[in-house]
Design a protein around this ligand. Structure first.
Ligand code: H79
Length: 472
């Protein structure tokens, strides 16, 4: 993140805090300001979850990055735009879309084993094709494909059955709807509105959104494609209020509104724009922002929608450390998979999700329901924290295992109640020592996990940390 933007954001935020109290408030269903307690209650499951699975699936999964025998540059779900495919030609893909291997129970099992707490699936991407049974159009999986069944409802049911929150992505920009037109002869993006047809599109979008609430009872609406000029902040407020009226507990990302600053994803100003959380895309902010909810969405390779030639997979180590890094800054990690047109999550993605799940089995306590690190930086890794009765648990995520076995927690002045490795089921006490420069934890010679091992450090009373600024 651009440090000037962070600084600017902080000034605005501090200005806002002085006027309006500690937490931003969103408009509720009746247009009343939500109290910070109400907002905290609404956001609680999402804040505690820390880790979600993004699923990009649609007609673009069929060409999978190739058009007319040629590889197409760019992200897979943008192929209609990147290969400049006419609507009538792209529509034909629907006739071939038949994901017979789709097994929602298996998908949810894979997600659950990875340790995610929620799932966000594309209900409709920029190409306009709906993965659910929409009465607003025939351009959906039920009416236009040989498969002929809703893809989202069975997944929503499985999520509920297996204890995950079901959420959907929805694109405001629509390259298929007749009320929106391509920008010029080379690009659909960002679409223009056909003069006089904006109300028609807004009604269409609201109908589809209502269907997603009615049929799938989605817990989050994750908007995208809000950057079209014809879509305004006034429209955003209208959509936001409409949805919260239909479902008061719904959580809506900041791409419903016009406040997002490019791919940084965090709003300028913050409360002037609709939306409940910031959405950095393919990046992790340099620092967290107190009082601002955010979620970094990222891919495992270089595409969101499936591309047959993209083998540029990030290592499990990178993905696990990203999750930890994000949690240490107070954010959520929304990690993407792009299933094939047959309905299969690529093996490379499943393997990585399994590796993350194995790590979470041992160390999940140091991720779920934690808050941001009280330290500005730590030379050996990251920190998350949890408030407990009478004290705080610091989770020390050790990326670089100290050669001499001495892990310094810089500036920590608290008395230590307990220290042990999460990888040690017997919770054998690690020796700690109060040194001039902080608390020193004596670690065993070898790291239990070369990717990251976690020390739970229980301290007595309110955190006292010297030289690292106030605790967040
Ligand atoms: O669904 C995935 C991508 O297809 C979608 N978002 C993720 C979650 C995506 N859409 N667009 N992009 C990614 C890149 C587009 C960037 C830009 Fe802009 C749109 C550059 C200029 C217009 C948004 C608005 C970012 C900067 C200004």
């Amino acid at each position: 993140m651009n440090p000037r933007r962070v600084a600017g954001g902080l000034v605005v935020l501090l200005g806002w805090l002085t006027i309006a109290g500690p937490l931003p408030a969103a408009d509720d269903a009746q247009g009343n300001r939500e109290t910070s307690e109400q907002r905290d209650a609404r956001m609680k499951w999402w804040r505690d979850a820390r880790f979600g699975l993004f699923i990009h699936w649609g007609l673009y999964s069929l060409p999978a990055g190739h058009w007319k025998g040629q590889p197409v540059r760019g992200i897979g779900e943008w192929i209609m735009n990147s290969a400049n495919i006419p609507v009538a030609e792209y529509e034909q893909l629907a006739k071939e879309f038949n994901p017979v291997q789709y097994d929602p129970a298996a998908w949810v099992r894979i997600a659950k084993q990875a340790g995610v707490k929620y799932l966000v699936i594309t209900s409709k991407h920029h190409d306009g094709f709906a993965l659910f049974d929409s009465r607003a159009t025939r351009y959906d999986v039920v009416d236009a494909t040989p498969y002929g069944k809703c893809l989202l409802k069975p997944l929503a049911d499985e999520c509920r059955k297996q204890g995950l929150k079901f959420c959907v992505y929805h694109s405001i920009m629509d390259w298929h709807h007749p009320a929106q037109t391509r920008r010029n002869e080379k690009s659909y993006n960002p679409t223009k509105i056909v003069p006089g047809r904006k109300a028609e599109y807004m009604d269409f979008m609201k109908q589809q959104l209502k269907e997603l609430l009615d049929n799938c009872d989605t817990e989050v609406l994750w908007f995208d494609g809000e950057w079209c000029d014809w879509y305004t902040e006034e429209d955003a407020r209208d959509v936001y209020a409409y949805l919260r009226k239909l479902k008061p507990q719904l959580i809506i990302n900041n791409r419903v509104g016009k406040g997002r600053q490019g791919m940084d994803g965090i709003n300028k100003g913050d409360r002037e724009y609709a939306g409940d959380f910031g959405t950095p895309e393919q990046q992790i902010p340099a620092t967290g922002l107190a009082g601002v909810d955010w979620e970094s969405c990222m891919t495992m390779n270089d595409t969101w929608g499936y591309k047959q030639d993209d083998h540029n997979w990030k290592s499990s180590e990178t993905l696990i450390r990203n999750l930890i890094d994000i949690a240490s800054k107070g954010g959520n990690y929304l990690l993407n998979v792009g299933p094939t047109a047959e309905g299969v999550i690529p093996a490379a993605s499943v393997e990585r999700l399994q590796a993350i799940g194995k790590w979470m089995q041992v160390n999940g306590e140091a991720i779920y329901a934690t808050s941001a690190s009280p330290f500005k930086s730590l030379p050996w890794g990251r920190c998350t924290k949890k408030l407990t009765d009478g004290g705080t648990t610091l989770y020390l995520h050790v990326f670089q295992w100290p050669r001499d076995g001495k892990l310094l927690v810089p500036g920590l002045r608290n008395k230590i109640a307990a220290a042990y490795l999460l990888a040690d089921a017997s919770q054998k006490a690690l020796a700690t020592e109060a040194a001039a420069s902080g608390v020193c934890v004596q670690l065993p010679a070898a790291a239990p996990d070369p990717i990251c091992s976690v020390v739970a450090l229980k301290v007595v009373g309110d955190l006292e940390i010297e030289g690292k600024g106030p605790a967040q």
